[in-house]
Design a protein around this ligand. Structure first.
Ligand code: NAD
Length: 490
């Protein structure tokens, strides 16, 4: 059993009132770690530390190239700790060890990429046309950034936001999900080791309504960088509005993966599987609505069932396991009840359709047919290994069904007709569109959600300006100051 502490102002601390939360391993069902349960006083201390670090010369006056060097040092520290971090992540959310290893190692590139931006923040000199005056704008860090992360890719998501913020010279207070805080707490040790000044990176752990809300409503937080569910995002946006905080929300999805009859069928089968069954479907970008052209529907479903039938459920640490457990008990029960409702509403399970018989927190990989886009299963995010197959007639019908959703996070299109692919790119309302591929993502690219999938964007080179605020300076270097009712002087 491991007992973690929080990082506040460079010190490893317990919650002020000593409370703790358990971390459950979803595969074994056992508590493997405990984390502090931060209350308002702890959040206050963390935000105060971040606000002071923002103004302290050790961070504020550091040369941009030195800030970049600290971030590169951090990147160098990841590989020797990758196995430990990946193992913790698997203990916390049950994701396959092969996946958590990949996610941890992806952070090396992320930190190096954002380090590259840290010393390239340029201001502007503008033609403001006042004789004897220099008009220029410099960009300053926006302030303390609150980073709030979900449980499905805890470290990947939190660390990405931290890298964005640090590159701009901001300081951060991170609140990981109460289900999966261990890896973020362990990762935070690396900031100390890399030499970041105390208070630049703080981590508080606890529940959303208590710890999260204290952070979101804190007056000294300038920006909220959130990934999680749409309803939580809606609440955070409302709470943040009264204090004019900048808010970036990366939210849920019900992404269409559209298969045309002119596609490479073998590739599309792989794309459908990759789209839904990776991470047991617990992924915001899951292609949970598979739209298949009607003339290939039956054949495609048969091949999909054939390809998925023997998928291995089991221990996420075993190399032969292909699908791991559902990360949290509430999520498991939600999937089970959504599956029951779908079948009551008329969907039919071509495969799976219920909890696995192993008695653990597993859902059978499921392929539902006879799904209409107006059924609950096609409208609400399920966040599990459940694919809803919906037939369509032609391109116009595919676009109509694809966009008939409150969400707009991502979409896949499978066709060998490039003219059609470009028409689909234009027509689909989603922040990310994949053509003849699925799921690949890079922190060098902007990511955003349309409609209820998000607000604002993160990642990519231009995003650095979302962590900066301009300051416009008019510098009189020679002209007289004229005031209408005072005589000219000088
Ligand atoms: P969640 O919204 O329940 O929780 C996310 C985080 O917000 C957690 O740290 C939680 O403690 C905190 N939180 C909860 N209530 C809060 C409140 N009132 N104030 C402040 N913080 C609060 O989401 P989850 O169940 O952890 O994660 C799954 C969701 O995340 C899914 O909807 C998924 O689609 C979404 N997600 C989106 C992306 C994306 O990039 N768009 C990526 C991954 C996950």
């Amino acid at each position: 059993m491991q007992h973690f502490k929080m990082l506040i102002n460079g010190a490893w601390t317990e919650a002020a009132d000593g409370r703790r939360l358990d971390s459950m391993d979803p595969f074994t069902g056992e508590v493997w770690a405990t984390i502090p349960r931060a209350g308002a006083a702890d959040v206050e201390a963390a935000v105060d530390a971040a606000a002071r670090a923002l103004k302290a010369p050790a961070w504020r006056e550091i040369a941009p190239s030195a800030r970049a060097a600290l971030m590169r040092k951090l990147a160098d520290l990841i590989p020797p700790h990758a196995e430990m971090l990946a193992d913790m992540e698997t203990s916390d959310n049950g994701k396959l060890l092969s996946s958590t290893r990949g996610e941890v190692m992806a952070l090396v590139k992320t930190f190096n990429y954002f380090a590259g931006l840290a010393d390239k923040i340029e201001g502007i000199v503008a033609p403001a046309e006042f004789p004897g005056t220099l008009a220029y704008a410099q960009y300053e860090p926006i302030g303390v950034v609150a980073v709030i992360a979900p449980w499905n890719s805890p470290l990947l998501i939190a660390a990405n936001k931290i890298a964005n913020a640090l590159a701009a010279g901001c300081t951060v207070v991170v609140k990981p999900s109460e289900f999966t805080s261990a890896s973020t707490l362990a990762f935070a040790r690396l900031f100390e080791e890399a030499g970041f000044p105390p208070g630049v990176v703080n981590v508080v752990t606890g529940t959303g309504p208590e710890t999260g809300e204290a952070l979101v409503t804190h007056p000294a937080v300038a920006k909220i960088q959130f990934t999680g569910g749409t309803e939580t995002g809606r609440r955070i946006n409302t709470m943040a509005a009264s204090s004019f905080k900048r808010v970036v929300l990366e939210l849920g999805g019900k992404s269409p993966n559209v298969v045309f009859d002119d596609c490479d069928l073998d590739a599309a089968i792989k794309g459908a599987i990759l789209g839904i069954f990776t991470s047991s479907g617990q992924s915001c970008i899951s292609g949970s609505r598979l739209l298949v052209q009607r003339n290939i529907h039956d054949r495609f479903v048969a091949r999909l069932v054939e390809a998925t039938r023997d998928v291995q459920l089991g221990d996420p640490r075993s190399a032969s396991t292909q699908i791991g457990p559902i990360s949290t008990a509430p999520q498991f029960h939600r999937i089970v009840s959504m599956l029951e409702q779908a079948q009551t509403e008329g969907a039919e399970a071509a495969m799976g359709g219920k909890a696995a018989a192993n008695g653990l927190q597993f859902i059978e990989p499921t392929i539902l047919i006879n799904v209409h886009n107006d059924m609950t299963i096609a409208r609400e995010e399920i966040f599990g290994p459940v694919l809803s197959v919906i037939p369509f007639e032609d391109e116009a019908d595919a676009v109509r069904i694809a966009n008939d959703t409150n969400y707009g996070l991502a979409a896949g299109v499978w066709t060998l007709d490039m003219a059609r692919a470009f028409r689909m790119i234009k027509a689909i309302e989603a922040g990310t569109v994949w053509i003849n591929t699925y799921r690949i993502l890079s922190s060098t690219m902007p990511s955003t959600g349309y409609k209820e999938s998000g607000l604002g964007s993160e990642n990519g080179q231009r995003n650095i300006f979302n962590f900066l605020k301009p300051k416009s300076i008019y510098l009189n270097h020679g002209s007289r100051v004229s005031v209408p009712f005072l005589p000219e002087s000088g």
